[in-house]
Design a protein around this ligand. Structure first.
Ligand SMILES: *Cc1c(COP(=O)(O)O)cnc(C)c1O
Length: 221
């Protein structure tokens, strides 16, 4: 099956499992050739995710108009060196993992007058290999809610990943915990969680954005 057929069949599955409030499906095109992205755009796919900023620029900058022909998401930890490259192309970033990065992002987007929506990355698995705020840090940060968004840099919600072990029971616990944090501290906020291996659990636990790569594009080359 082609990429856009895979995308559509997952969307249909999501709609049948959860007709009210089907999450947005982001097609994660990292390491996939540009031709596959073009094919997906022609087939009507709008939301794409890349985890290397430069790769995203090389693939997408001549594929049309951002926000109209495609909506590009940076997924994974945001680094200082990325921030100046978002303007003009990226609409969302999933993975602001520190206050320092957040300050840099706000400053840059306001300067460039380029609107970006961001997710705070929360690390609830206690794995050092994953970046993001701990539960305690995120709660402290949310007490200063008015400082979290600026004119061009808007807090969208929380992003998280399940444990590297892939244990689905553990994954559900992590997703449920972040869902509870949202309910209590940021009820209008959105959740970005769920990948090829755990998106049905993420759907059940109330995710708003699923980031799916291999189940749409096949194995990365
Ligand atoms: C690669 C990646 C995904 C997609 O992973 P698949 O298992 O291919 O669906 C989702 N989120 C992040 C942050 C990623 O780096």
């Amino acid at each position: 099956m082609g990429v856009s057929e895979n995308y559509r069949s997952i969307v249909q599955e999501l709609e049948s499992l959860k007709p009210e409030g089907t999450p947005t499906l982001i097609a994660v095109s990292k390491f996939q050739p540009k031709e596959k992205v073009q094919e997906a755009i022609s087939g009507g796919v709008i939301h794409f995710g890349e985890n290397r900023v430069q790769e995203g620029i090389e693939k997408f900058s001549d594929l049309g108009k951002p926000e109209k022909d495609f909506i590009l998401h940076h997924i994974g930890p945001v680094q200082s060196s990325h921030i100046r490259k978002y303007s003009g192309l990226y609409s969302f970033v999933h993975g602001v993992g520190s206050q320092k990065i957040l300050e840099e992002l706000k400053k840059r987007m306001d300067q460039d007058r380029w609107k970006i929506r961001y997710f705070l990355q929360v690390n609830l698995t206690h794995e050092d290999s994953k970046s993001g705020f701990s539960k305690e840090d995120i709660m402290e940060l949310l007490l200063k809610k008015e400082t979290l968004s600026s004119e061009f840099c808007v807090l969208e919600g929380f992003m998280t990943m399940g444990p590297s072990s892939g244990d689905l029971e553990e994954t559900r616990k992590v997703f449920r915990e972040i869902s509870d944090i949202r309910k209590e501290f940021l009820p209008q906020g959105k959740l970005s969680m769920g990948m090829s291996g755990d998106y049905k659990i993420a759907l059940e636990e109330g995710s708003d954005y699923l980031r799916i790569g291999t189940a749409i594009f096949g194995e990365r080359t």
